[in-house]
Design a protein around this ligand. Structure first.
Ligand SMILES: [Zn+2]
Length: 282
């Protein structure tokens, strides 16, 4: 079983709990933070999927060319990092079109853009219109549905494995759907569901537990790990103004995160999202 590795490439000031507290023009760190990840991937000879934020690509086209040149898959994380809850269908469509123009300008007309991940996993019952927008813009897969509900996002009871979603019901499947959904991985046992493979959960859970749960997931399906360059980078500014709870959610475990990613690379085989999906669906 080969699993998917994905990096949501945004800068330290983009996350939902941080962006409202940032003043002035923040100093970019996305390139520095991403370079350490690229070295690690190279050492393990693994290609990944980078869900790239348009705002970062526009500031650093050289970084985009490097990712593409090193054989990683380029996918979209939108333009502005505004969650889909804040965008209308036409606003979302405009973001996809602007992102497409930007990437074709950097990488050439024939760059394939197949995958999308919504900022803050904001694709849920309120924003399922996004699937039709993605299909109209010729995307082939989405990886935004979190089949677990927490304080901010998630679609409880959505399928846990790769599926073709019914555009009117994210919990339902439709074999004719033009979009494949690769949900964020949760461990499932009976009615229990537990996120395990990325972001806050990757930073906060002890590695031996993560490994045990992911091995269990691998008995029936591939998993996807996800993380952000800023959450693996010791130099990420820690804003005190976001408050104690949001600070814990956003910054806890940053210093040990890249070491956990390395252990995952050592213990499991990985490839880009699209390669995993191609093997799983007809
Ligand atoms: Zn993001």
């Amino acid at each position: 079983m080969i699993n998917a590795i994905s990096i949501d490439l945004e800068d330290w000031h983009h996350p939902e709990l941080v962006r409202r507290h940032v003043r002035g023009d923040p100093r970019p760190q996305a390139r520095e933070a991403t370079e350490r990840i690229l070295l690690l991937l190279d050492r393990y000879r693994v290609k990944a999927t980078f869900f790239l934020l348009g705002d970062v690509a526009a500031r650093d086209p050289e970084l985009v060319r490097r990712l593409h040149g090193e054989g990683h898959e380029i996918a979209s994380h939108g333009m502005s990092h505004r969650p889909l809850w804040e965008l209308s269908p036409s606003g979302f469509d405009e973001e996809l079109k602007t992102f497409g123009r930007l990437l074709r300008g950097i990488l050439g007309e024939d760059v394939p853009l197949r995958g999308f991940r919504a900022p803050t996993f904001s694709l849920d019952d309120r924003t399922k219109y996004a699937l039709a927008c993605l299909a109209e813009n010729r995307y082939l897969y989405d990886s935004s549905v979190f089949p677990f509900r927490n304080y901010a996002y998630g679609v409880m009871d959505a399928p846990c494995g790769i599926y073709r979603p019914d555009f009117n019901d994210l919990r339902g499947t439709d074999e004719r759907s033009p979009i494949v959904e690769f949900p964020l991985t949760v461990y499932q046992r009976g009615r229990l569901r537990m996120p395990v493979s990325g972001g806050f959960y990757l930073r906060v859970l002890p590695y031996p537990l993560i490994r045990r749960l992911l091995r269990d997931v691998n008995r029936t399906r591939p998993f996807v790990i996800y993380f952000h360059p800023w959450e693996t980078f010791p130099g990420t500014p820690r804003l005190k103004s976001i408050g104690a709870k949001d600070s814990f959610i956003t910054y806890h475990g940053i210093d040990g995160c890249l070491a956990k990613v390395e252990k995952l690379l050592r213990d499991f085989p990985f490839e880009p999202m699209w390669d995993v999906i191609r093997r799983q669906v007809r």
